[in-house]
Design a protein around this ligand. Structure first.
Ligand SMILES: Cc1ncc(COP(=O)(O)O)c(C=O)c1O
Length: 313
């Protein structure tokens, strides 16, 4: 989907014009992948707009920076305020928000510590991410997810997405909407940009953080809702074949939201339709973010924008 531009981008504390947000080709990040980022959605509710779990996203941003010894000269409160500022200044909502920090122009060589840290926040309209309104047809990837002790999965680092790109390209070239990677031990991990859930015999299963997954904020939200609904929840290492015999399966993610899986490796999941537990979680999630259900968890940060963007699928 082509990027739709907005007017301003927040850079190190100031709003600058979109077209001025440029970096030098010799910046460290271009050569060595030294970036961390976030992906956040701002949803429209009746009479306003709200950013979904802003604080949790920016806390994860700080965690990613800490793992990579990248000092960010901003507090959590300042980073949250930066996101609100750029969304309000651009007047574009609903939208997708992209905070990014990286090692900029300084020294050449692998060691990043002498290259300056740059922080930007952009926002833009963005619609549906995983294709398939009637459920996604996905495959198990021939690529494994990052091995522990190689690239830390809990950091949302740009370089991790080279692995995600391999998974996603392979899936699309072979006619699938998305790929699910196994971890290096052959257990289920996650999609190229989504966490994975299964339902079998009324129990909700998801892969734990130790299986090389990102600590997804949508994943955590769905787990909270499921526990409130009294759905039994199990986080444990899951064998690949559980996908084929699951009653239901779905992805979660900021981009993917809650997307039900119709088939895996051309094997229908259940009868291929969105099952009752997925439907309950999906509807509750969308009820909360779209404001048709009260924000009982305080997950929305209100923003004031003048225009309402039409987000295309
Ligand atoms: C690899 C990966 N896993 C899982 C997720 C889902 O995380 P979240 O729900 O915080 O967007 C994402 C998206 O950010 C991702 O890129």
């Amino acid at each position: 989907m082509p990027l739709q531009t907005t007017q301003n981008i927040w850079h190190n504390g100031d709003l600058i014009p979109w077209e001025k947000a440029q970096i030098h080709v010799m910046s460290h990040v271009v050569h060595y992948g030294s970036s961390i980022f976030e992906g956040i959605r701002c949803y429209a509710q009746e009479g306003g707009n709200g950013i979904f779990r802003l604080r949790e996203h920016m806390a994860r941003f700080l965690d990613s920076a800490k793992i990579y010894r990248m000092p960010l000269p901003f507090t959590l409160d300042q980073l949250c305020a930066a996101v609100v500022d750029v969304v309000e200044a651009n007047g574009v909502a609903p939208c997708y928000i992209r905070p990014v920090a990286f090692r900029g122009y300084g020294e050449i060589g692998v060691n990043p510590l002498k290259s300056p840290v740059e922080v930007y926040v952009a926002n833009f309209p963005w619609g549906k991410y995983v294709p398939g309104n009637t459920g996604a047809d996905v495959c198990v990837s021939s690529w494994s997810r990052l091995a522990p002790n190689t690239m830390p999965s809990l950091a949302k680092a740009g370089a991790n997405y080279m692995n995600s790109q391999l998974i996603r390209m392979e899936a699309e070239i072979n006619g699938y909407a998305e790929g699910i990677a196994l971890d290096v031990n052959g257990y289920l991990s996650e999609g190229s940009g989504e966490n994975l859930f299964l339902v079998r015999n009324g129990t909700l299963y998801t892969t734990p953080l130790a299986n090389s997954v990102l600590n997804g904020i949508t994943r955590a939200s769905v787990l909270t809702i499921a526990k409130d609904f009294g759905i039994p929840v199990v986080e444990q290492a899951l064998p690949r074949e559980l996908l084929y015999i699951a009653d239901e399966a779905f992805f979660t993610g900021t981009a993917a939201e809650v997307t039900h899986l119709r088939s895996v490796d051309r094997i229908l999941v259940g009868d291929g339709t969105m099952g009752p537990i997925t439907t309950a979680l999906h509807d509750e999630f969308f009820g909360l973010v779209n404001g048709t259900k009260p924000d009982r968890y305080n997950w929305l940060t209100p923003v004031t924008v003048k225009t309402r963007e039409t987000v295309s699928a």
